[in-house]
Write a protein that binds this ligand. Sequence first.
Ligand code: GLN
Length: 489
Amino acid sequence: MLHTLTLAEATEGLKNKKFSSVELTKDLLERIKKVNDGLNVYVTVDDEGALKMAAEADERLASGKNVTPLTGVPVGIKDIFNTQGVRTTCASPFLKNFVPPYDATVVTKLKEAGFVLAGKQNMDEFASGGSTEHSCFGPTKNPWDPTRVAGGSSGGSAAAVAADMSFYALGTDTGGSIRQPASLCGVVGLKVTYGRVSRSGVTAMASSWDSIGPFGKTVQDVATVLQYIAGKDVRDATTPAVEVPDYSKALGQSVKGLKIGVPKEYFGAGLDPEVENIIRTALKEYEKMGATVSEISLPYTSYAVAVYYIAMPAELSANLARFDGIRFGAKPKAPVKDMIDYYYQARNEGFGDEIKRRIMIGTYVLSAGYYDAYYVRAQKVRTLIRKDFDDAFKNVDVIMTPVSPFPAFTIGEKKDDPLAMYLADVFTIPVNCAGVPAISLPCGFINKADKKLPVGLQIIGPQFSEDKILKVAAAYEQATDWHTMKPAL
Ligand code: GLN
């Protein structure tokens, strides 16, 4: 049962020699074997590699040198991070057999900290989706109710942490892909400030939006992981030399006097009344702890989804142009007539439907004659959305909202209705427009039939205020016990 531990508990157990990293890793691999078929969380499990890394970690733990809280703890990560020698597919037919020759910077950093890589987790193809149904491996199922989605695009990573199949995990968040699955699976998920964590070696979706962050069973665990992945990287020019504070230090401090803003635009039509109720109850809890809650306005909120679904596909189509079946991606299987036909075939076989849809939208909005009307205009409105947040943070310390307008939906419910799927992102996308950090924190459950469906609270802060958000989240976590609840599996 070692797999039920939090990261902090696993670290403690390793330190006190209650168990070894090999024992911990074997236990996790057993757990994965037992529940993965039902949930479809991992797309690759590297038993052999994991046990080798665990044995090395045990040597390191025995020597007492260079030991970190991550040393010897086995985890999986989203299948978008390059892992040297371990298949990295982005859940795309195009990359189904791709084995990267190098590690992403975050993977290098985790290796330096002594982590153990157990495997790679399911996702929407090239991170494009909100349900992990757009995966060439099929959908990940929600551990709380396997007839429902885990959210997306980092659904495999959120579900892995919720189902005790990973002590923590890494995901990417371009329009909500860490926070939304975290909310739907009942775990903690942190989207960092744009540029806080290096994206080198992580397949780009939409470059001016992409960010990376951890999932964990607790706020403390997320803070610990962030400590080891944040910071400037010479391989990613968007990572500034902003100091990385001690993220654990602020945890446990009081939120007395904290000013919380609640944007009225996030509580209108489309929000499930039960979700609203749970969020309002969480806000009351903060008031009990001495924080003040006031209504604010982020007037450009309603444009965010439109801005994102113009600008994101434009960037995605440019980023995916490199997949031609020659330099990147698999060769076409069908016979081809000439070079152009080769590209057509390779891209037709290699990309799934949702990616094709986005490439078409993206190339359209970037084409001559439409560029100014769509792409440039979207960028201008994006600046206004960002200004909304700048203005709001002059008066409040943090902003609190729901993460998702509804709890986990059923598999298949929205898959063929892109607009309905895109609306799942209404509360997460504005944060990516502004590039600010936000966390999803478990704050209650909705009972549907005989199942409990988790709901997450979103806490948003100004740029590079991850330490503040973590502190605010930890205070709530200490006052409640939502994070201790587990799905019956
Ligand atoms: N659901 C959003 C989309 O479909 C977000 C994706 C993401 O953050 N990677 O684009």
